[in-house]
Ligand binder design. Structure first.
Ligand code: AMP
Ligand code: MG
Length: 419
């Protein structure tokens, strides 16, 4: 018998051949995802968070007319006194929605409200607070004003014919307002992506059931639900599937028939009850990757019929990390919105952090502003991939790149806010 044990590569070893870097795995996944091309007209209010499937070109000037930015008096800028006080005759009133139709001559002014169209002949508004009303027909105005002040030009927000949005735009609350300001009641968006997911594991029970010794509640379906909900996709929760090859196969077939994307958690390691891989090999086109990352080393991506398949690890933190690093960009790409690169910036480490080069780590941190105004970040505490409370406490990942070794207190490290 040999005097040493032949070990297999595992999550305990760094720098091993055949292991993909995080960026390589992501690039590989994204290269296999074609964005949705369908388009459906939807009423404006249903479009929040959805992906625009058309260009939007402004059919009008916004604002439509030159109008006052203040309550006050509209007059000719050329009449403004340089260093004296001047009386102006008030010849009428302009309200928002009810213009002054007459003419405003030299030495005259029009009482004007915010949003009212600028009367013919006027180009300047003096604020009410900076004037002195003498009687019904007279106001006194001093020096210090500028020709053209307090006037909004037609089209100064958005000019007629401007391309305001391109296809792929994820519609925000401000966008809804802009679309409404054009008078649009509906726009074309892509349909929502349908995502089916289930958990695998004989030990898992759903909330509402009771536990016997050795069983745990399925929490992954809830973190996945939360993250998917935030992405605005349609969610199909398929519950818990036990570690039985037939049941796993049945669940895959059912999920692939109704969803664009299928996500599972658990059962992708090398344990005896890990049936995800063999089942997928039988049913679809699959990549099994060991990724140089912690947590989240084993990851499966492939196709199940037309559906994209992600087999995430079972550990609760690994599920969230792999979802955010791989599945979220994949869903963004599929939705037609394009991938938004995650914001990463530097902060000063408040803790010493142990880190072995050779893999990318996503430790959980809390970033904040230090007394000197700079950003700092501290660990949430214990970092095991089963410590879900570390995700709950965190407002960011501390992203430690592959080549990074131990971090000393005060070192600059990368922070990625968890949004
Ligand atoms: P597995 O990848 O199936 O070997 O699971 C790894 C670890 O994650 C085990 O401790 C599982 O009990 C745990 N786990 C797997 N799925 C879930 C889940 N849905 N909710 C909570 N813990 C889970
Ligand atoms: Mg399992």
């Amino acid at each position: 018998m040999s005097s040493r044990i032949e070990t297999a590569p595992s999550c305990a070893s760094a720098f091993e051949p055949g292991v993909l870097r995080v960026d390589e795995a992501l690039a590989d996944i994204l290269s296999q995802i074609e964005p949705l091309t369908d388009a459906i007209k939807r009423p404006l209010r249903d479009c929040l968070g959805q992906v625009l499937a058309q260009s939007v070109i402004s059919p009008i000037n916004v604002p439509g007319h030159r109008n006052s930015a203040m309550d006050g008096y509209a007059l000719r800028g050329a009449d403004l006194p340089d260093d004296s006080i001047q009386s102006f005759e008030i010849v009428g009133t302009a309200m928002a929605g009810a213009s002054f139709e007459g003419d405003c001559q030299a030495g005259q002014c029009v009482r004007i409200m915010t949003g009212a169209i600028m009367p013919e002949g006027t180009d300047t508004v003096v604020m009410q607070e900076q004037s002195e009303r003498v009687d019904e027909a007279t106001v006194r105005i001093g020096s210090g004003h500028k020709l053209g002040q307090n006037v909004r030009q037609a089209g100064e927000d958005i000019a007629l014919g401007t391309t305001v949005f391109n296809p792929g735009r994820k519609i925000t609350a401000a966008d809804l307002g802009i679309l409404a300001s054009f008078g649009f009641a509906e726009v074309a968006v892509h349909r929502k992506i349908r995502v089916a997911f289930f958990s695998t594991g004989d030990e898992l029970r759903s909330v509402g059931e009771s536990l016997v010794e050795g069983e745990i509640y399925d929490s992954n379906r809830y973190t996945l639900y939360g993250m998917l909900q935030q992405l605005g996709v349609e969610i199909l929760d398929m519950g818990v599937v036990p570690d039985q090859p037939e049941r796993v196969k049945q669940a895959f077939e059912q999920a692939a028939a109704m969803a664009d994307v299928v996500i599972t958690s658990g059962g992708v390691s090398v344990g005896e009850a890990d049936y995800i891989k063999p089942t997928l090999r039988e049913l679809g086109e699959i990549n099994f990757w060991k990724i140089a990352m912690k947590p989240g080393r084993p990851l499966t991506y492939g196709k199940l019929g037309k559906a994209h398949f992600f087999g995430l690890p079972g550990n609760p933190v690994a599920v969230m990390v792999t979802f955010l690093q791989f599945v979220k960009p994949a869903l963004q790409q599929l939705s037609g919105a394009g991938v938004t690169a995650s914001l990463r910036f530097k902060a000063r480490a408040c803790n010493a952090i142990r880190k072995r080069p050779g893999r990318m780590e996503f430790q959980r941190g809390i970033y904040s502003q230090a007394d000197d105004g700079n950003l700092q970040v501290r660990l949430t505490g214990r970092q095991g991939s089963g410590i879900l409370s570390s995700m709950s406490l965190a407002n960011c990942f501390i992203v430690l790149p592959d080549e990074q070794a131990d971090v000393a207190i005060g070192d600059e490290i990368l922070v990625e806010p968890i949004l």
